[in-house]
Design a protein around this ligand. Structure first.
Ligand code: FES
Length: 214
């Protein structure tokens, strides 16, 4: 990732120019062809198996449950570990390679170890115009090198009316002012609700003065 040497507070970019990671790693053609894991030699935790099978039951094709199955793996292990992918592939009766191709395509499926607490700060146009770049760097500074956090800038999260906003462990919060960041990060560390008054799900209206649901 490249940091702007002139203004290090600008949102850093990856070498391919985007603010989000890419999925441009080449396949390893020297490896043997992938096989569907053998259930006899692939132990799968009972609760993980049950969760994946429940997803499979919703679709006519087993492979349609690939993304929710990978989410189950991520929830359990914190990221899509090789072991978890092997287990999901065993239940889905697909190759691990197929699951890896899906996991590396979708931005919110992690294929490397990351912190369990995700804060996705939207830095797309509406949020950017409302100070998202500064919000992003402020959140990163507040989190520091705490390994329990995964802070990323993100493209439009579809909640432009509460810009600048972030998705905090899946909860949409905004508009977030810079002086609220320490509180927000501490709430996440404490396992508390992030900025309850700023949560999109509790709002009756984008009007910040409108009543909110508890
Ligand atoms: S630009 Fe930030 S939610 Fe749309």
């Amino acid at each position: 990732m490249t940091i702007d040497p002139i203004d290090p507070r600008r949102v850093p970019r990856f070498d391919h120019g985007s603010r989000v990671p890419g999925w441009d790693e080449a396949v390893d053609l020297t490896k043997d062809p992938a096989e569907v894991p053998d259930p006899a030699t692939t132990p799968v935790p009972d609760d993980l198996r049950a969760a994946i099978e429940a997803h499979i039951a919703k679709y006519p094709e087993r492979r349609s449950a690939t993304v929710p199955a990978l989410r189950e793996v991520q929830e359990r292990y914190g990221w899509c570990t090789p072991e978890g992918i092997e287990q999901a592939a065993c239940v889905l009766r697909l190759t691990p390679a197929y699951l890896i191709s899906v996991a590396t395509f979708y931005d919110m499926l992690e294929t490397r170890p990351v912190g369990r607490n995700t804060i996705y700060v939207c830095t797309n146009i509406s949020c950017s115009l409302c100070g998202a770049d500064e919000l992003y760097t402020t959140v990163r500074d507040e989190v520091g090198d705490d390994p329990e956090f995964n802070v990323r800038s993100f493209e439009c999260l579809g909640a432009c009316d509460i810009a600048p906003m972030a998705s905090v462990n899946g909860t949409y919060v905004g508009p977030i002012s810079l002086d609220e960041v320490p509180t927000l990060v501490q709430q996440v560390r404490d396992g508390a609700e992030p900025l309850p008054d700023k949560q999109l799900a509790r709002r009756r209206s984008v009007d910040p003065n409108a009543a909110s649901r508890s």
